[in-house]
Design a protein around this ligand. Structure first.
Ligand code: SAH
Length: 388
């Protein structure tokens, strides 16, 4: 019985993927969609939409199977393989009849990726995976083991359109939104690879999650499903540059993951220099949307602040930040800038970082310092871009 081998990177034990045939050479337009816009997806050779297994939620898979005369319990069996056992290869799904497996392999490919390769592992255990989509885009995922926890940092777009001054992903430009399957596929591959249950998922890899709203929120719902991946919503963090309409839309969702907003400055003009998208989404509107979200989810919003020497890390900058956030439901996560080849930014020295933190804490704000896990392998914040 011949199965479609283009799904060959699925499965529990895997080495470097061997690559598969590309379903389409099509490139998506080089501009981001609006928040909530339907995502780009793969097309088949005739130009028709081509779904893969992880694109479908439970009801969607049941409906797909009903359409080919199969019963609902088959959907449960398949989902169990994928989300409980981390197998995305029909060939290994031994309780599914061979004829159905063959049909699914050709009509609903299991693995959204052509290959999944570990690219580097750091001495602290942080591991970077590079995955190639079926249409040839390359994205990265970072597995960060920490004592009992394993945190996964996943990508939501191939490339990024935001062009933040200090980020390697933005410098490489925008390609397209990732599908729901490609977002979840990163989690399934990483879980299989690490051999441990993923305890936390952060949407902080390549891309802007809220410019791929529908697929990101669909992936959040799947991640939180207690019968599947079972990552609690409090263990999921969506990080945004501040896409205001996306934040407001999140307020009315049923599930409320943690929200992190990349602030980097308490001054509108300085912020525009660091993150050009700040011209579109203004500081005061972002803060207002953040308040609404904190109220909707009942937890404070985290403001990420990348500290850059001589740019936004003075005591005056800390004062401004403290004043801006002091009466709000907010926490601050300080990230000393990670070096990116070709960029001149440096992190402040340890003493300046400590004094910055103390200053904002004096306003009653809880502040944490993010360590640059994975920086030696270019896997820390802002360092993700496909290998050349
Ligand atoms: N687009 C989203 C998520 C991706 S970036 C966002 O803007 O939040 C994840 C975090 O890493 C953001 O806070 C981003 O500003 C930060 N970051 C980007 N480049 C960095 C670098 N070189 N050093 C430290 N942090 C960086």
């Amino acid at each position: 019985m011949r199965l479609n081998r283009s799904t060959k990177t699925g499965g529990g034990k895997r080495g470097p993927g061997k690559g598969g045939s590309l379903e389409s050479g099509r490139r998506a337009p080089a501009s981001p969609g609006e928040a909530g816009e339907a995502p780009d997806s793969m097309r088949d050779r005739r130009g028709a939409w081509r779904l893969s297994l992880l694109d479908l939620d439970a009801a969607g898979l049941e409906a797909f199977l009903a359409g080919i005369g199969e019963q609902a319990f088959r959907a449960r069996q398949i989902r169990e393989w994928v989300y409980r056992r981390n197998i995305i290869d029909y060939a290994a799904m031994t309780n599914i009849p061979a004829m159905l497996r063959e049909k699914l392999s050709s009509d609903l490919p299991a693995d959204p990726f052509a290959s999944c390769e570990p690219v580097r592992t750091a001495s602290d255990g942080t591991e970077k995976l590079e995955l190639a989509t079926r249409d040839g885009e390359r994205i990265q995922t970072v597995i960060i083991p920490q004592d009992q926890r394993v945190t996964l940092c996943i990508s939501t777009q191939a490339g990024c359109a935001l062009a933040c001054a200090f980020c390697a992903t933005g410098a490489a430009g925008y390609r397209r939104n990732l599908t729901r399957a490609e977002i979840l596929g990163q989690v399934v591959h990483s879980t299989a690879r690490s051999g441990r249950r993923i305890s936390n998922v952060v949407f902080m890899g390549m891309g802007e999650p809220l410019l791929n709203y529908r697929n990101v929120m669909s992936a959040v719902r799947e991640l939180a499903d207690e019968n599947g991946l079972a990552v609690g919503t409090r263990k999921i963090t969506v990080s945004t540059v501040g896409v205001v309409q996306g934040i407001i839309r999140m307020c009315s969702e049923e599930l409320h993951p943690n929200l992190a907003i990349s602030l980097h400055s308490a001054d509108q003009r300085q912020r525009e220099k660091l993150a050009p998208s700040a011209r579109k989404w203004k500081l005061d509107e972002i803060l207002e949307a953040a308040e609404l979200y904190a109220a909707a989810c009942g937890r404070p919003v985290t403001f990420e602040y990348t500290l850059i020497d001589g740019v936004n890390s003075s005591q005056a900058d800390a004062d401004r930040l403290g004043k801006l956030l002091k009466k709000r439901s907010a926490k601050v996560n300080l990230i000393p800038v990670n070096p990116v080849p070709g960029m001149k930014f440096k992190p402040p020295d340890g003493d300046s970082i400590r004094r910055f933190k103390l200053k904002i804490e004096a306003y009653g704000i809880i502040a944490t310092l993010r360590t640059g896990r994975g920086s030696e392998i270019q896997a820390a914040c802002g360092q993700l871009k496909p290998q050349v």
